[in-house]
Design a protein around this ligand. Sequence first.
Ligand code: PRT
Ligand code: ZN
Length: 293
Amino acid sequence: MRTLDSSTSLRIAIQKSGRLTDKTISLLEGIGLKFDDYKRSLLVKCRNFDVELLLIRDDDIPEYVQDGVCDLGFVGANTVAEDQANVTILRGLDYGVCRLALAAPKNGSIKTTEDFTGKKIATSYPVLTRNYFETKGIKNVSIVTLSGSVEIAPRLQIADAISDLVSTGGTLKANGLVELDKIFDSETQLVQTNKPLSEGKQALIDKMLQRIEGHKTAAESRYIMMNAPETAVPKIKDMLPSMKSPTVMPLADNGMVAVHTVIPIDTFWEVMEKLKAAGATDIVMLPIESMIV
Ligand code: PRT
Ligand code: ZN
């Protein structure tokens, strides 16, 4: 028999203080959730939804969600995969982007993955690192598990090489290390518990997901407005990679119209140049707060 969870508020685990904290809070605020001062408390009530945030270390999030202590969690895919947590990944979120990579001293003997045979690798990700070597069929690699400052392990002669998270590559460079291969691509994920949830909580999760989708589409789109001669409208319409047919409104000047539409941000400059060539003037681009398609 399915047992429904007893707490009524949807409980969401987020990182208390770290790289993911501000972006997760701003995503939640961006989809309309309002919180009081989340920096002072570990459990923060949402003012306008039946939601509460539990602020904990990122390493604890997969387990809290797996065990049903929290219904949802925002956490790096690296942490979820390393913990082999039994949770459902609802979606990836494009922040906290990084990769787990293998790196070795710049002028050392390790140049290719094969050179790792018989070597010692320091990492905070023993599961993902071991899996990598197993998949590659490279045997006899010993893993030294460290909880932080992995990049100095070769200099301290604790290990021959490392596997660590990399985003800009600056830390590797500063420590005389070169990246040799990528083990795992990561970004923040929204994960849900596999424990049964009440209908009310599930409905709230569905609503949040729809809003996140709208928020993401809005962030990747721009509202574009321009004036143009009416005769240029068919040509302009063909150029616009708009979601739907653009809005065309007459202007006070005879034969002139205003054209409004929404376009993907990455097409803006290319489209704008073509629009100008087609006769459009006064082209204005505006950010969009949110949108439901
Ligand atoms: O206290 P708590 O345990 O919650 O935090 P934490 O210190 O364990 O984690 P935190 O805040 O450092 O990282 C949280 C999550 O951010 C990670 O689990 C990843 O999903 C993601 N993330 C994204 C990163 C990085 N980028 C990153 N660059 N996490 C860590 N790093 C570190 C990396 O370990 C290395 O020391 O940054 C350094 C490399 O950065 P670059 O830019 O020099 O390459
Ligand atoms: Zn951590």
